[in-house]
Ligand binder design. Structure first.
Ligand code: ADP
Ligand code: MG
Length: 711
């Protein structure tokens, strides 16, 4: 029988583990959590820099660098009895080791390792040079992997760790061993030892963060104990429990920070009490060409209630592409105008500014209100700015030109930000600062999964416009293989002859504006003179003069252009209900959300619309996106898929909300924990808004650290 190493790492012996050796070198005094890692033995400037690469600066950072996994090295498989296909951890002595040359310039290290029950082969591809050093005969190692057949039973490229044969080995074998995320120059062994050392030295000074009542509710141990358990657990369940505890703590702090920020914003000054039964609002309502959907009605009444109240409105209206958010904004605009306030609506593109300008004017001009458009490239910018300053211009739709220093408002009472996800926090704040606590209405068609919304939009109220205007049919989506392109063009001609209108969106193969431009132009030339010869076509891209863009858009809107070749400038907001066909070149180059937005340009009238995705997907992920788009039309469903496929870091707004700083929590895995943290944060603050209570001291300290609360 193989003799397992004795369990020298029993729980009671923790204080002596690993750190004992260090403690002789350094002095034995406790360190504080916010001390720099350089207080730990073995961490000089070079190490500190390497650790900083892992986001580890303080001792607490180090302790919150939780294992990305564990290896159960309590029980080693016996080499004489392993079976092919099993995942095993073996421990044995290297009996022979050689550098085997292979085809080309390749090599591999081939080891024979032995325990008391038998022998196995262990190979490391490309590591031939280590055969006589790291893997030299006589050394003992631990190898973790899946058993294959190769010169007997073998492990190929297993996770491994060679043992030093000293007392420190007890850290690395014979227990459940933490596996950390690493960086250049930092090894597992080094991190394990360093973390163990840190654990020993912070004993007694860890301090609690989560209030006791919450901890006892879920049966959590204290923070000190959890820190040990998460790094050196006795069982995997224990590790999971401790990790969940830190995920909760992290999310609770995040949510508290967001809610406190929000308290501060809400108390910063009295908002405007808008009039919500004035003549313009009534007039607007009376002249709508359609009846509002239930979803629209509901959100409009929420928005108007916000506006009528004394607090400032900070509301996000979220709703799938085409659900009709513009008309919601129009109601808010009419209400603000009724009270004599100015309104600014910011949009991400010039095309959208022009479109909304025309669109809003369609409703407001009959009521006697003119709508101005402000973009930096329009010739009349100066005049519009003068009008805004003097107050003669009452409604303006514009691009970022709105937030330039030269734009001043006389009496800005409502800010609308359309396609909110395209703007940063600062840009929005700048526009808001142009008025005296104006109400803020933001709109986005990018549905964000609930787990993210709670956090990304944690500081605002969110309303969702549910449902679509009646008569909408889901857009039929198909992927068109290379070989069927000619058929597609024939089909497009037929459809155009039958009066349909088509968007052709061109690729973003390289993220280089020049080349995108070239490719859309070439594509336009080629098809206009070739497969679509004789069809009325036009080209649209961001570099065109504003007047030319506006002319092309209005020709398309009027039906004079049948096929519009465009870059992704039409991605958001563009509304031409008669267009029914969307063709997307090299579709696999786009993200899911972007594809969904693009597709949302069609299917806005009552007619069946189609979306064709061209090009072979170059990657499995690319194909997965196309498959998702072909099977789903619901934006929320697609966003969930997107979150699964890409992870939260890529989402708009994720960075600014601090999500990329999360070290422990994972928004997918910990969705339920996030909800719990959100609720608890709300309860804590309603009971103790300033976190002044003694049992909230830990939380308060962290909020001070995050800059959310002053000392
Ligand atoms: P989005 O939410 O994507 O911004 P829009 O506001 O551009 O959508 O509206 C999409 C289209 O639906 C527009 O042509 C608009 O006139 C139309 N629309 C909006 N609300 C209704 C409704 N209640 N009934 C019918 N059509 C509507
Ligand atoms: Mg819109």
């Amino acid at each position: 029988m193989y003799a397992f190493p004795s369990r020298a790492w029993e729980r009671e012996k923790w204080p002596d583990m690993g750190g004992s050796e260090q403690n002789k070198i350094t002095n034995d005094t406790d360190v504080s959590l916010d001390a720099s890692v350089t207080v730990l033995a073995g961490v000089g400037p070079k190490r500190a820099e390497q650790l900083a690469g892992l986001g580890i600066v303080t001792v607490e950072d180090l302790l919150l660098h939780l294992p990305r996994g564990y290896e159960d090295r309590r029980n080693f498989a016996t080499m004489g009895t392993v079976e092919v296909g099993a995942e095993v951890c073996i421990r044995g002595e290297v009996v022979s080791s050689r550098n085997q040359r292979m085809r080309g310039r390749q090599n591999m290290a081939v080891l024979k390792v032995r325990d008391e029950t038998g022998e196995m082969t262990v190979t490391f591809f490309g590591r031939g040079f280590m055969a006589k050093t790291v893997f030299a005969p006589g050394k003992t190692g631990v190898f973790f992997g899946k058993v294959e057949k190769y010169q007997g039973m073998a492990l190929k490229n297993p996770e491994y760790e060679m043992l030093a044969g000293d007392a420190e080995d007890a850290l690395h074998v014979g227990r459940i061993v933490p596996i950390y995320g690493l960086t250049e120059g930092v090894s597992q062994r080094f991190l394990r030892k360093l973390i163990m050392d840190a654990l020993d030295r912070v004993t007694g000074v860890v301090g609690e963060v989560v209030p006791e009542s919450l901890r006892t509710r879920v049966g959590w141990s204290n923070r000190d104990g959890a820190m040990r358990m998460v790094h050196y657990p006795e069982t995997l369940e224990e590790a999971q429990g401790a990790r969940a505890q830190f995920a909760y703590e992290e999310l609770l702090l995040l949510q508290l920070g967001i809610l406190i920020q929000r308290q501060v914003e809400a108390s910063r000054g009295a908002g405007i009490v808008h009039m919500v039964n004035g003549p313009l609002l009534v007039g607007l309502h009376g002249q709508l060409p359609f009846s509002l959907t239930e979803g629209q009605e509901r959100v409009i009444s929420t928005v108007l209630a916000d506006m009528a109240s004394a607090g400032s409105m900070i509301r996000l209206v979220q709703g799938d592409v085409g659900c009709g958010k513009t008309v919601v904004a129009l109601h808010a605009i009419a209400a603000a105008l009724d009270g004599g306030y100015q309104v600014a609506m910011m949009v991400p593109t010039e095309i959208l500014a022009e479109q909304h300008g025309v669109n809003l004017a369609g409703y407001l001009a009959p009521l006697g209100v003119e709508v101005a458009v402000l973009t930096s490239r329009r010739g009349d910018a100066k005049g519009v700015r003068t009008g805004l300053a003097s107050g003669t211009v009452r409604v303006v739709v514009g691009t970022q030109a709105l937030i330039q220093a030269g734009t001043v408002f006389g009496n800005l009472g409502l800010v609308v930000v359309d396609e909110q996800h395209r703007f940063g926090v600062e840009q929005r704040a700048k526009l808001v600062s142009k008025g005296h606590y104006p109400d803020v209405l933001q709109m986005t068609a990018t549905p964000i999964p609930r787990t993210l919304a709670i956090t990304v939009y944690g500081g605002m109220d969110v309303s969702v416009v549910r449902g679509m205007p009646p008569g909408r049919l889901p857009v039929k989506t198909r992927q068109i293989p290379e070989g069927k392109l000619d058929d597609l063009y024939v089909y497009l001609r037929e459809q155009v002859d039958a009066g349909q209108q088509v968007y052709m969106v061109c690729p973003v193969i390289e993220m280089n504006e020049e080349s995108v431009l070239r490719s859309v132009e070439e594509h336009f030339e080629e098809l206009s003179t070739g497969a679509l010869h004789g069809v009325s076509t036009a080209l649209l891209h961001g570099r065109m003069e504003p007047e030319d863009k506006a002319a092309v858009m209005s020709a398309f809107k009027a039906g004079d252009v049948a096929v519009l070749f465009s870059t992704t400038v039409i991605e958001v907001g563009v509304d031409v209900p008669a267009a029914t066909i969307m063709v997307i070149e090299n579709a696999d180059q786009f993200g899911l959300t972007q594809l969904h937005q693009l597709r949302g340009r069609v299917g806005r009238g009552g007619e069946q619309a189609y979306c064709f995705l061209l090009g072979q997907a170059r990657t499995d992920e690319g194909q997965a996106r196309l498959d998702t788009l072909c099977t789903h039309t619901d934006g929320f469903r697609i966003a969930e898929e997107d979150l699964l496929q890409r992870g939260p870091g890529e989402f708009y707004g994720a960075k600014q909300a601090g999500l990329s700083d999360l070290r422990v929590a994972d928004l997918i895995r910990d969705a339920a924990v996030l909800e719990e943290a959100r609720r608890d944060a709300g309860l804590i603050l309603s009971a103790d808004p300033g976190l002044k209570a003694k049992h909230h001291r830990g939380l308060r300290g962290r909020m001070v650290g995050m800059g959310r609360v002053r000392h």
